[in-house]
Write a protein that binds this ligand. Structure first.
Ligand code: ADP
Length: 267
């Protein structure tokens, strides 16, 4: 809760500032507690499932078919757990700093093509083709691995939430000193009410579907933080039944080192 009050005497203003400070601390603490509660809940699911599966394997040790079935499921759960832990660590790391401290100039086009390549197999399994259009022969100041993670998450989502035999389009564009990368799918789309919420930690439009497709519920939250740390932003256009487009906007490094706002509009 933030209270805006204008008070003339200095003494009273001091007290009000203290109250604001405390509110901020309380809010940060509440958010941290929320995160811890969510994390524990999310971790309990695969851990609980693995424990039950181990028991089932023990009980059915004489039946090789059952053992194979349960151990396959156990493998799936352990993969899910590993993905979850990795995303939690990534997100905590991103949240602990507001900006990239030791960045370098990253050739964004090669990061994009590698992100596409790494998702090719997943796409092929669903008969989905990924097309890349446009050019982006520029550098971004930042962390190449994080930018790769953000792009992979968007392309991975586009594939996972789309029906088979559709197309995922990656569009590249340079505008006003910014690089724009869009990922468009022909999936179910996201309603206006859900669009804000999908960037929240662990928020899923359809929990069962997300878990089934291997989602951790942290992908878009990670994307949002990566972009914020690079002085950029992520936006979403979507309409139910008409697919979704996620667009990343990142400041380009100019050869003379000018800020994006100082640069002229280019192609
Ligand atoms: P998850 O691991 O569940 O995919 P994300 O943070 O990446 O977590 O996404 C949050 C939710 O947003 C997903 O559970 C899904 O409901 C929705 N979502 C994300 N990307 C898409 C997309 N391309 N099309 C439709 N829904 C999407």
């Amino acid at each position: 809760l933030i209270v805006h009050v204008r008070v003339a005497p200095l003494g009273e203003e001091y007290i009000l500032l203290l109250a604001d400070d405390r509110t901020d601390i309380t809010r940060t603490e509440a958010m941290r507690n929320d995160f811890v509660a969510n994390v524990s809940h999310e971790l309990k699911t695969p851990v609980g499932a693995m424990s039950l599966l181990a028991e089932a394997i023990n009980d059915g040790a004489d039946d090789p078919v059952a053992v194979r079935r349960f151990s396959t499921r156990m493998q799936k759960e352990s993969k899910r757990l590993a993905a979850l832990v990795q995303d939690i660590i990534e997100l905590s790391r991103l949240q602990s700093s507001d900006s990239i401290l030791h960045g370098e100039d990253v050739a964004i086009e090669s990061v994009i093509s590698e992100a596409v390549d790494r998702n090719k197999l997943l796409a092929e399994e669903k008969g989905i083709s990924i097309t890349v259009g446009g050019k982006l022969d520029v550098a971004i100041h930042g962390d190449g691995d994080l930018l790769m993670t953000a792009l992979r998450n968007l392309i991975d989502n586009a594939i996972r939430y789309s029906p088979p035999n559709t197309t995922v389009g990656v569009g590249l564009r340079q505008r006003d000193g910014y690089a724009q990368i869009s990922v468009t799918d022909q999936g179910p789309g996201i309603s206006a009410e859900e669009q804000e919420r999908v960037f929240e930690r662990f928020y899923r439009v359809d929990g069962a579907r997300s878990r089934q497709t291997g989602g951790t519920g942290l992908g878009l939250s990670i994307v949002k933080h990566v972009l914020a740390n690079h002085g950029g932003e992520v936006s979403l256009w979507s309409q139910p039944g008409q697919g979704s487009t996620f667009t990343l906007r990142l400041p380009i490094v100019d050869e003379e080192g000018a800020e994006p706002s100082e640069l002229a509009t280019d192609t």
